[in-house]
Write a protein that binds this ligand. Structure first.
Ligand code: PLP
Length: 330
């Protein structure tokens, strides 16, 4: 597993006994894995994937990291920072509402610009068209004499996913035996790497945060590819993603997610983001309340980052609003 050291590792594993008690769990049951502290322009899960992706890009003699994401992509922000760390160019294809992107950038976009990423703004297209534009951008860069290294959305190639196979080993050395991990599922790389690294789908509760086309099929392809690359057996058990927290779609906050943001903030002083970690935590909260958490097993919540996106206007008001509501309730 070649890797280019970019992340601050190991990330801490911290107890969440106050939130655990509020959810009816015994002390020592609920933990948080602080992958929001991986470094690389503010932290998040993509730092682990980028360590392997950038190592491969350098080994192939590439000079430009090319990737794609939604307008407030954490992955693009971290890829742009990684490119600066190793002296490469970064070109990123961004889709979504790009109206304020040039005049008044917000959240992650501020940092994309700071790191000098060359942004290809493709407007409100679906992920299929965005992926096509990513491939076309690589072809155009190549024709212009650059040596592009294409990173799929979310860094979810088998090579990138190795980052979470390593993370599983790191976690196993920290967490109580047999812990079950709750994580947000965007492209599925984090889930797949954890399932492979922990050796069992039953050790990971993947929570979908948006209706990604063919997500199940993608994960089913990724898991054996990553296990083979890592030289470990395929994980046991069956993949089961929790799709109950998607709400109206990717990037659209849900009431349960906003409640999870409030709970994590007020019981533990932690910041969740409305796009990913709030929905994953909302699933954990719902499972605790419904008595669905595995009896006697420690639970680890993967805080996979996302902090920067809450400073984008459309999320900032929701997050601040949930805090105000709690204050008014006293
Ligand atoms: C903060 C955060 N958490 C979770 C995820 C989901 O990770 P994955 O794409 O590996 O499923 C992402 C993906 O962008 C993310 O930015």
């Amino acid at each position: 597993m070649d890797r280019c050291p970019l992340a601050t590792l190991p990330t801490p594993l911290e107890p969440m006994d106050r939130l655990g008690a509020a959810l009816g769990l015994d002390a020592g049951t609920l933990w948080v894995k602080r992958d929001d502290l991986t470094g690389l322009a503010g932290g998040g899960n993509k730092a682990r994937k980028l360590e392997h992706l950038v190592a491969e890009a350098l080994a192939q003699g590439c000079d430009t990291l090319v990737t794609a994401g939604a307008i407030q992509s954490n992955h693009v922000r971290m890829t742009a920072a990684a490119a600066c760390r190793v002296g490469m160019r970064c070109v990123a294809v961004l889709n979504g509402d790009v109206s304020g992107a040039s005049a008044a950038p917000e959240g992650n976009l501020v940092l994309d610009r700071l790191f000098g990423a060359e942004l290809v703004l493709v407007g409100d297209v679906d992920s299929f068209v965005r992926d096509q534009r990513l491939a076309e951008t690589c072809v155009a860069l190549h024709a212009a004499g650059a040596r592009p290294y294409e990173i799929p959305v979310g860094g979810a190639s088998p090579v990138g996913t190795l980052g979470y196979v390593r993370a599983a080993a790191e976690l196993s050395a920290q967490a109580p035996l047999g812990a079950v991990v709750y994580c947000a599922v965007g492209t599925g790389g984090t889930y797949a790497g954890l399932a492979v690294g922990l050796g069992s789908h039953d050790r990971v509760r993947g929570v979908a945060v948006g209706p990604v086309p063919e997500l199940d099929a993608r994960i089913d392809e990724l898991v054996p590819a990553v296990a083979t690359l890592a030289g470990v057996p395929f994980p046991s058990g069956q993949r089961r993603l929790d799709a109950s927290q998607i709400g109206e779609g990717y990037g659209i906050p849900t009431p349960a997610g906003l409640e999870a943001i409030a709970l994590a903030a007020r019981w533990e002083g932690l910041v969740l983001d409305p796009v990913y970690t709030a929905k994953a935590c909302a699933a954990l909260v719902a499972d605790c309340r419904a008595g669905r958490v595995p009896e006697g097993r420690p639970i680890v919540f993967l805080l996979s980052g996302g902090l920067r996106s809450i400073f984008a206007g459309r999320y900032a008001a929701d997050v601040a609003g949930v805090g105000r509501t709690l204050d008014q309730r006293g």
